[in-house]
Design a protein around this ligand. Structure first.
Ligand code: ADP
Ligand code: CIR
Length: 356
């Protein structure tokens, strides 16, 4: 039996937050709440596990997390509506993966002058298909997943070859330095914390990277796995090509990833579903970012601006993180092209505003 008393309390808190703009508040209607509040997934997850973060943090943008892969079925009346809204799709018909032909990409360095783009990063998320997400995960399961992942990572070779560094036992100074340099995650996101994302912290978490830190894997941060390719400057072609190579190598290393027809690869946050791909640049845009139309400009190109220390952080010195917003309903190569067009438009506009 599900204790619906707590769900009722959270729901009241959400309804009372009349200034909340979250997708959770928009789509969790009285009817849908009544329909879902007593249900449980195959992993034992409840509606509370999915909505706690958005009810406790009514300033959320999305506000909902999937407690496990099965939540996308059990709680579909809520999650489908949020997914459609976030990714701007009318139907949940995600295409098969298509990374394009990386030998024939029609882009290279988005800022050959090197004046505006500080660094470029592309990441995807993956989930082991037999485990739940943070709210329903047990400590032993997290450790088991970590071991499986490390076994697979050991098989990488060439440019991708690297070593694994568990958070347990890592000195505070090393963690701080890796985080400041934009390589490592930490436990400072209150949205993720409320969703159970830091349960049993730091057990089962860690980071893998190659010698020059251009290919990295986050283990048990928000998602079970995040594969990341990054480097200084604006060479999107090189960064993307390296990531595609890594995804292919890891797919054939014995790991099996959660995927669903129509939704693509499954992730903890519905904003990451589908391709799970976020391609970003850290870019100097002191002029454009100060215009009142900056948000509208980003919306027009389906791009999103974040601060330079990750989501929910502030910009420093006019440098913003600009990335593709949509990850579902388009292929990987289309998501990259959407980001590329957005970044090119941002560069052109910044130059125009600077009188160049
Ligand atoms: P994600 O949703 O991709 O996990 P976050 O917004 O939480 O991203 O950022 C994760 C980390 O990646 C942060 O430290 C952020 O500064 C870093 N990062 C993101 N994009 C870039 C980039 N283009 N260059 C350097 N670091 C980046
Ligand atoms: C929120 O709802 O604001 C947080 N739970 C984070 C959601 C992920 N954000 C995004 O825009 N991709």
């Amino acid at each position: 039996m599900v204790d619906t008393g707590e769900a009722e309390k959270l729901f009241t808190r959400l309804r009372d937050a009349t200034d909340s703009k979250s997708l959770l508040r928009k789509h969790l209607t009285n009817n849908i709440f009544a329909q879902l509040k007593g249900l449980k997934t195959k992993f034992g997850g409840t509606l509370i596990d999915c909505i706690r973060s958005g009810c406790e943090n009514t300033d959320s943008g999305v506000g909902v997390y999937a407690c496990d892969p099965d939540a996308y079925t059990t709680f579909a009346p809520l999650l489908d509506a949020v997914i459609r809204d976030y990714h701007k799709v009318s139907e949940l018909k995600h295409p098969n993966p298509d990374f394009g032909d990386t030998d024939k990409l029609d882009f290279g360095n988005l800022d050959p002058s090197g004046e505006m783009i500080v660094s470029t990063r592309v990441r995807v998320g993956r989930s082991h298909d037999s485990y739940g997400f943070p709210p329903v995960l047990k400590k032993e399961e997290r450790v088991e997943m970590e071991q499986k992942t490390v076994e697979a990572l050991k098989k990488l070779d060439g440019e991708l070859k690297g070593s694994y560094h568990p958070l347990t036992g890592m000195s505070k100074e090393t963690q701080k330095q890796l985080t400041e340099d934009h390589f490592l995650f930490n436990d400072s996101d209150r949205f993720l914390r409320a969703a159970g994302g830091y349960n049993d912290w730091p057990t089962g978490r860690g980071i893998f990277f190659n010698d020059n830190k251009t290919f990295l894997v986050w283990v048990n941060e928000e998602d079970h796995l995040r594969f990341i390719s990054m480097q200084m400057g604006g060479d999107l072609k090189e960064v993307y090509t390296r990531l595609v190579k890594a995804i292919r190598a890891l797919e054939s290393s014995g790991l099996s990833f959660a995927k669903r027809d129509g939704l693509g690869y499954l992730t903890f946050c519905p904003s990451n579903l589908g391709t799970t791909l976020r391609a970003s640049v850290h870019i100097k845009i002191p002029k454009l970012s100060q215009t009142p139309d900056f948000k509208a400009f980003c919306d027009k190109y389906n791009i999103q601006a974040r601060g330079i220390h990750g989501e929910h952080t502030e910009s420093v010195g006019g440098v913003y993180d600009i990335s593709n917003k949509r990850r579902l309903g388009l292929t990987e190569i289309e998501a990259i092209q959407e980001m590329r067009r957005g970044v090119e438009a941002v560069i052109a506009e910044e130059k125009k505003l600077s009188g160049q």
